[in-house]
Design a protein around this ligand. Sequence first.
Ligand code: NAD
Length: 263
Amino acid sequence: MDMGLNGKAALVGGASKGIGRAVALGLSREGCRVAICARNKDSLASAAEEIQRESGVQTLPIVCDMARYDDIQRAVHDAASAFGRLDVLVNNAGGPPTGTFETLDESYWLHAIEQNLLSAVRTAREALPDLRRSGSGRIINITSVAVKQPIDGLMLSNATRLGVIGWAKTLSRELAADGITVNNVCPGNIATERLVSLIEERARRQGVQMADAVQLEESRVPMGFLGEPEDVANMVVFLASGKARYVTGTTIQVDGGSTTAVF
Ligand code: NAD
């Protein structure tokens, strides 16, 4: 199926590992050039090399902390200059730490707001002129199923990601006439480093073995297994494609059926 992504250009945040990396690979397999962002130069460079080798499509590593506005401005500028266009923006960064209300001080809140809410707002603001020129711009925010069912112990995620959903809904209506779509993808339990560290932390807190904690997570998913980063990437690639031109303002979970909420 032609997804209409060949020759287009994307910028993907938090993409040296996990879901972001899988998204970048998925887009590049469709012929879309990709700029990938992360903070660590070496892991970013090897991810870019692997993606380019596998897809044969130009992949540009850009060192960028998504929690810093000056980094974001430089990243969007460098990606658009290198590709001569920017059609797809995938807003993604590491998840905030766990903690209870009384353990999370002001500095944690400010960082989570910058990394998980303002990063999306700022990247979209910087990329908007290019997305408008594209005629079929795409903004896709990676959030979490926590926006449908808040997760205990993940207060910072529960709070900041709902801000993304509210912002994205309004933005989708403001930009629809420009042919730009804005959607949110909510991963459930996806087997990445982030998930492993969350399960480890829960196992420690509850005094159970890691293998038992993993089994417990799997048993909570109606499909009976943890998702792979590629499962999320497939949804993102669809939303980025021409096939999804009439889909905007939505919040879609990729969670093996684990969310019990209707919407
Ligand atoms: P991960 O930790 O495996 O990978 C995160 C990637 O982002 C890495 O490449 C890391 O280097 C990069 N990164 C982290 N902080 C960054 C920053 N400030 N600036 C630039 N790059 C940064 O995480 P993941 O599992 O792929 O998750 C991606 C997002 O999806 C996170 O926000 C996470 O909370 C969310 N999420 C994941 C799951 C899951 O099950 N994996 C579930 C719900 C939500």
